[in-house]
Ligand binder design. Structure first.
Ligand code: ATP
Length: 248
């Protein structure tokens, strides 16, 4: 299998992410309780923590997929707090949410076209679509099938293909490898590494802690919505483990 990122694409301009005092609430519940985070342009950060620690909520708030109760999100110095998700996406920010974020009532090919319309110049779209489909032959075979009727793993491949067909400036990936067979997990991490080599800034929430830390430059361990530890990924493992054992 080849990655679509191996194909020549416009070099993305790297994006820097800054998060200050971020809070996310669901009713009375405080899921993210004042998080500060700096992700330098072209680097990868792994966001770790127990179930319920607030990882998905943090990722979703950064890209405008859930409301920010307090705090600020800046991308390259632009304050994007409270921007609608589609407006954030137009800055070249790609979000792969846990649960995939595909359009179940569109075909596989139309799902890919929908992303490419927002992310790729018209003249390059056909090539990008071809690259996405050739990376995942199963998607080519099922190009006309409704995405909602794909298997779980196939849906995850579609979510990945959507992102990789048009390398973003910042990729916010929440459990991208969830439910994938080991070979496809390898493909996810290879693709992420290649994206990083191309200068894509990455925020990664991952169940495969060791693999996430291999890719990441820095790591953040969340506990009950707060930053429990942050530092270089090479030092993160023991803190991550105590974070997981300590509960959310
Ligand atoms: P996991 O690893 O299990 O996916 P997580 O670290 O990603 O967990 P979140 O999904 O962000 O954690 O959840 C943080 C807290 O917010 C949890 O207590 C969760 O129950 C709660 N929560 C998340 N989404 C909602 C929602 N839509 N409504 C109410 N509470 C929510």
């Amino acid at each position: 299998m080849t990655s679509p990122l191996a194909a020549p694409t416009a070099q993305p301009t790297v994006a820097r992410l800054s998060v200050h005092g971020l809070e996310v609430r669901y009713g009375e519940a405080l899921a993210v309780a004042g998080v500060d985070l700096e992700v330098a342009a072209g680097t990868a950060v792994a966001v770790l923590g127990a179930n319920g620690a607030g990882k998905s909520s943090l990722a979703a708030a950064i890209v405008g997929a859930v409301p920010v109760a307090r705090g600020r999100v800046h991308i390259d110095g632009t304050d994007v707090t409270a921007w609608a998700a589609h407006r954030v996406a137009r800055l070249g920010i790609a979000f792969v949410p846990e649960g995939r974020g595909i359009f179940p009532h569109l075909s596989v090919a139309d799902n890919l076209r929908a992303l490419l319309r927002a992310a790729v110049e018209p003249a390059e779209r056909a090539d990008a679509l071809g690259r996405a489909l050739s990376t995942f032959p199963v998607l080519r075979d099922r190009a006309r099938q409704l995405a909602g009727t794909l298997s779980g793993g196939e849906q995850q491949m579609l979510a990945l293909a959507r992102v990789l067909a048009a390398p973003p400036r910042l990729l916010v990936a929440d459990e991208m490898s969830l439910g994938l067979a080991p070979k496809l997990v390898d493909l996810v991490f290879e693709s992420l590494a290649r994206a990083k080599a191309q200068g894509v800034t990455i925020l990664l929430v991952e169940q495969y802690v060791d693999r996430a830390l291999e890719l990441a430059d820095t790591a953040v361990v969340l506990r009950q919505g707060r930053v429990d530890w942050h530092g270089p990924s090479t030092e993160a493992r023991e803190h991550a483990v105590s974070g997981y054992l300590g509960g959310g």
